[in-house]
Write a protein of this length. Structure first.
Length: 61
């Protein structure tokens, strides 16, 4: 599931609204270590492009 989420986020990263929508869905679907890994991967991959969105979505994680 984590690899699928990464693929989707990579494909929609051009559109900030769509990226946030898919990221929120992914956060709801993943638990535990997968969620922590997603957070690290997102900041490493999209931190410069979508930092504000990442901060909003991961505030409670």
């Amino acid at each position: 599931m984590l690899n699928y989420v990464k693929k989707i986020l990579t494909k929609v990263s051009f559109d900030a609204r769509l990226f946030e929508k898919e990221l929120r869905k992914a956060i709801k679907a993943l638990i535990g270590e997968d969620l922590r890994e997603l957070k690290q991967w997102c900041y490493a991959t999209f931190g410069s492009q979508h930092e504000a969105i990442l901060n909003r979505c991961f505030v409670a994680v």
